[in-house]
Design a protein around this ligand. Sequence first.
Ligand code: ADP
Ligand code: MG
Length: 339
Amino acid sequence: MADIITLLPDHVANQIAAGEVVQRPASVVKELMENAIDAGATQVQLVVKDAGKTLIQLIDNGCGMSKADAQLSFSRHATSKIKEADDLFSLSTKGFRGEALASIAAIAQVEMRTRRPEDELAIQIRISGGEMEAAEAVTGPVGTTISVKNLFYNIPARRNFLKSDAVEQRHILDEFHRVALAHPKVHFKLISNGNDLFNLPSANLRKRIVGIFGPKTNEKLVPLEEKTEIVCISGFVLKPEYARKSRGEQFFFVNDRFIKSAYLNHAVGMAFEGIVKEGAHPGFFIFLEVDPNAIDINIHPTKTEIKFEDEHAIYAMLRSTIRHSLGQYRVAASLDFDH
Ligand code: ADP
Ligand code: MG
């Protein structure tokens, strides 16, 4: 009998791997925005059409890529962000897997134009279904523009699986908010079906929150501030009276990366215990800075989960910091009341 095992061609392997990285248009938005941040961009513009189903375009003014790097960037495990396994424990970038561009190019029609400051010309690449179609020198500004068209055009089953525009747009907004909150110094714009949805100039965190969630948010914010050996806590919680039935504005960032953590959520819940109505969820924008060595973010491809070395200590610190800040706010509020 003949041998029957073959190695899958790259474009097939990429299409399979893409399922892990790209679930929906919002996954592409997240990956492209994070790449722009990693590239040191100070201006990032996102353009979407039909909730990203027709077009997701990201324009940044970051470092750009050389011609060779631009072509290599669409290969799997091609990354400039880590070189060896040890680097995983001192990450300062959002990306490190080298999978996003390869995955996206496997399941969409992609065009990229990129230029470094030191290069005279940009390179423009077209790649569809993982097949490089063109690479040519063109004129263009410093930075990178990526257009991702017709996501899942070559996997009808996945394309049919996408939800309504309203639902997919919601997911895009969530990702946009998360990255924009994590990087208030960066100027972000979002244009959807030709309408300007957000224009968020470089700001501090408070102004960024207000820019996204509206001017009424300003008076709801109670600042957090705590610094210890293992964690630095900053950001805001919403005053307890603004806690709501639905989980609305709840954001954790660890080293400027949005994460989900039922465990930390619980710590916040405990801090608010007795001062919010039964079943109401407090809002928060909490930033934790920890030594990159003391966390592991390599446990899921979308990197929204995280493992802490000092989980219990961080839990306790978070709860007491919020308690303390709420206490100060309530003292201030009752003083106001006396006047
Ligand atoms: P990762 O971000 O994990 O390294 P990606 O597939 O997202 O993997 O990107 C591959 C490489 O392409 C990156 O490591 C980076 O060198 C380059 N790259 C991607 N997007 C940009 C961009 N907007 N500006 C400059 N370089 C980029
Ligand atoms: Mg990336």
